[in-house]
Design a protein around this ligand. Structure first.
Ligand code: ADP
Ligand code: MG
Length: 325
């Protein structure tokens, strides 16, 4: 099977095209036609074997995750997915692998009406790079994109879904901890098949003041919002602590906090909204079918403060994260 046969067989699909795709796979460029006056939101993410996934990972879940982490970036900007490109380096053209990879990829793509419009295919160490294109409306000259820079003092801090589960699974798969089979299965699904919060991102347009997707851990990623917005924040760790979904794992409080606050690979949305928008945030979350939790507040800062339910400072290594501010 040659390169072009591989593309034709696994990645070039017949059937209805997305209305924004004027030209898909097959020419030197694809042509995208965003809605009149709208902005294109563009993001790339690369997955490298050994760094982002294990060599023996199920190819269907890999196809899912490669697109999911990109859709998560669109979600964080409040962008509606349109299309994506796929640059693929493969050690060999393994047909069973390619079929499963394409199945995982297109199942998620179809769920978000996001069309594969091109890419590149080459022989080499397994490497997957996807670029997604999304659309954000501009209303009265103002973009509705959710940015990291919009947080204001007094805004409340929210997180979607749960945190820490992907990290829990990673540690178990690396034999750094033992988990009961059912807990490992639940946590592993979060690691290998994250759910991009696209519907929530769209529902938060005009409500959230700032947003990003948590990929490197809550505290580190919150640091990006604080830096971009020029403010500080306070997190109530008693609110953040129950965010771990894999509750069946027997964890000490410190351990739980470490996973929740600094876990990584969560792909949840961390966002801020004016306190007066609290009801609107909850309504948006209901509309999107995604749970959200209020975990803190934006302050003048600088830096990040962690407190317990009584407002007492939480000591330990997390308290020193203010160098992110
Ligand atoms: P060029 O040499 O002009 O860059 P290629 O020969 O690499 O084009 O690719 C031929 C067509 O197939 C192009 O439209 C390209 O976008 C598409 N393509 C190549 N690899 C992939 C892939 N992995 N997934 C989707 N489309 C692909
Ligand atoms: Mg090419």
């Amino acid at each position: 099977m040659g390169e072009f046969e591989l593309i034709r067989r696994y990645f070039q699909r017949q059937g209805s095209a997305h209305p924004a795709v004027a030209l898909g796979i097959g020419d030197d460029c694809a042509l995208l036609q965003p809605a009149s006056g709208a902005q294109l939101a563009i993001s790339s993410d690369m997955l490298v074997e050994g760094r982002h996934f294990f060599a023996d990972v199920d190819p269907a879940t890999l196809g899912h995750k490669a697109l999911a982490v990109n859709l998560s970036d669109l979600a964080a900007c409040g962008a509606r997915p349109l299309a994506f490109t796929l640059a693929l380096a493969l050690p060999q053209a393994d047909q069973a692998w390619l079929a499963a990879f394409a199945r995982g990829l297109f199942t998620l793509a179809d769920a978000h009406d996001c069309q594969l419009i091109g890419g590149d295919t080459t022989r080499g160490p397994l490497n997957i790079c996807i670029t997604v294109f999304g659309e954000v409306p501009v209303v009265n000259g103002r973009s509705l994109a959710l940015l990291r820079s919009g947080a204001q003092v007094g805004d409340e801090l929210w997180i979607s879904g749960t945190l820490g589960d992907a990290r829990l699974a990673l540690e178990a798969l690396q034999d750094r901890r033992q988990l009961p089979p059912a807990v490992l299965q639940a946590a592993r699904a979060r690691l290998e098949q994250p759910t991009p919060r696209v519907a929530l991102g769209l529902a938060l347009r005009g409500i959230a003041s700032a947003a990003l997707d948590v990929s490197d851990g809550l505290l580190g990623d919150l640091g990006h919002i604080l830096q971009a917005s020029g403010c500080g924040a306070c997190i109530d760790t008693s609110l953040a602590a129950p965010l771990l979904a894999a509750q069946g794992a027997t964890l000490g409080e410190e351990e739980r906090l470490a996973l929740v606050l600094a876990g990584g690979d969560d792909y949840e949305l961390l966002f801020t909204a004016p306190a007066a928008q609290g009801e609107a945030v909850l309504a948006a979350a209901r509309e999107a079918g995604t749970p959200v939790t209020r975990i803190g507040r934006i302050e003048t800062g600088p830096g990040l403060r962690l407190v317990d339910a009584q407002g007492r400072p939480v000591s330990g290594r997390y308290a020193s994260f203010d160098h992110f501010a």
